[in-house]
Design a binder for this molecule. Structure first.
Ligand code: NAD
Ligand code: DAU
Length: 337
């Protein structure tokens, strides 16, 4: 019998990428549990092999539904892979409440089901749990960096990570964790930095840089995140945390300049707008443990090439993102961004 994975948040940006990756590279069957919030797109699961993927609309904090979906995961290689989250920092500043529900209570609900049934569990998290670094800090985040989250989003992700660690230690839950840096690639909601600027330019709007644009993010292609998660599922040691990153540090200003150049515009054709409150300055991942212990390497080491392919994807797939755009920009306009 082929392995059966329960992928929560599989209709979102990175979760859907993982579903495509798993179906292309393994013989696993996938059940997606997704609440289909504003951030999701069922179309992101289009074109997958029939009979190997099933979409269940529902909430990861719904204990009865989670019980129904986790109980059958008893075979060799079966696992829960937990991507579902409220994921956007700016939204968490406007209203933290759904972040507590989904990120914290949702994780608790899944962990309790994994505990009852002895189910293998992989927890998807973020480098933001570590807070931020100075621009000139020679150190990067490692698995032993102290937690120091800044936003309601990152605080709820940090809390969910700590629940997983406690459930491993106290109840013997068979879990692994990964903390990844900023993802880019196709099918990312237009509220996020890179797709927002690409789709702004398609619409004739100048890109919007928060503050001076000196903040640094460590970019990784979503396909590389997926291959790393699959590697951890197959080879990771239970109870361990693995940091996922592809050495992709760039300031926001550099990224906007690259997008402008790739879309045939002048490099200074952008606007500075109101900065994000509490805006983390720099993230940077040291992924040595994942590379040396599990033998993982990224397949998209060239950020500029990956970005150009992403620009092409948004140009060619307007039907996928057009429905999100007006409401997203209306929300940003209210915040002066
Ligand atoms: P996303 O916002 O694109 O997708 C989240 C998905 O979760 C959506 O399909 C949404 O409908 C679903 N969801 C939300 N609440 C739910 C609930 N209560 N029950 C069931 N489904 C629910 O997010 P993303 O960017 O794809 O992030 C996925 C995961 O990866 C998150 O856990 C996030 O913290 C983590 N992560 C993201 C990044 C990044 O750069 N985007 C980097 C590192 C880690
Ligand atoms: O580091 C991993 C995290 O990356 C994930 O955990 C989050 O889920 C994901 O949303 C992302 O968080 P960021 O806050 O870094 O991503 P965002 O796309 O919102 O912003 C990236 C940077 O760009 C950040 O410094 C803020 C800035 N920005 C963002 C927008 C939307 C702008 O300058 N202008 C913008 O219009």
């Amino acid at each position: 019998m082929s392995p059966h994975l329960l992928v929560t948040g599989g209709a979102g940006f990175i979760g859907s990428n993982f579903v495509h990756h798993v179906l292309a590279h393994t013989d696993a069957r996938v059940t997606v549990l997704d609440k289909l919030t504003y951030a999701s797109s069922a179309a992101s699961l289009d074109g997958l092999p029939e009979g190997r993927v099933r979409l269940v609309e529902g909430d990861v904090a719904d204990a009865a539904l989670v019980e129904e979906l986790v109980a059958p995961l008893t075979g060799e290689g079966d696992a829960i892979v937990h991507y579902a989250a409220e994921s956007h920092n700016d939204n968490s500043l406007a209203d933290p409440s759904p972040f507590l529900h989904t990120n914290f209570t949702g994780t608790f609900t899944l962990l309790e089901a994994a505990r009852r049934h002895g189910t293998r569990y992989h927890h998807i998290s973020t480098d933001e749990v570590y807070g931020d670094l100075a621009l000139d800090d020679p150190e990067r985040f490692t698995e032993t960096t102290a937690y120091n989250p800044s936003s309601p989003y990152s605080a709820t992700k940090a809390g969910s990570d700590l629940l997983v660690r406690a459930w491993v230690r106290s109840f013997g839950v068979q879990a692994t964790l990964s903390n990844c840096s900023n993802n880019y690639g196709p099918r990312q909601h237009v509220e996020k930095f890179i797709p927002r600027q690409i789709t702004n330019l398609i619409d004739g709007i100048r890109p919007r840089l928060y503050g001076m644009g000196e903040n640094v993010r460590d970019w990784i292609h979503a396909d590389d995140h997926s291959s790393a998660v699959l590697t951890i599922l197959e080879k990771g040691r239970i109870g361990e945390t693995y940091l996922i990153g592809a050495d992709g540090e760039k300031s926001n200003k550099e990224v906007v300049e690259l997008i402008l150049q790739q879309m045939g515009r002048e490099a200074d054709d952008f606007d500075h707008v109101t900065d994000r409150p509490g805006h983390d300055l720099r993230y940077a991942i040291d992924s040595t443990k994942l590379r040396t212990e599990l033998g993982w390497t990224p397949s998209y080491p060239d950020f500029e090439a990956g970005l150009a392919a992403t620009v092409d994807w948004y140009r060619g797939n307007e039907a996928w993102w057009r429905g999100q755009k007006a409401a997203t920009e209306a929300k940003y306009a209210k915040a002066g961004q």
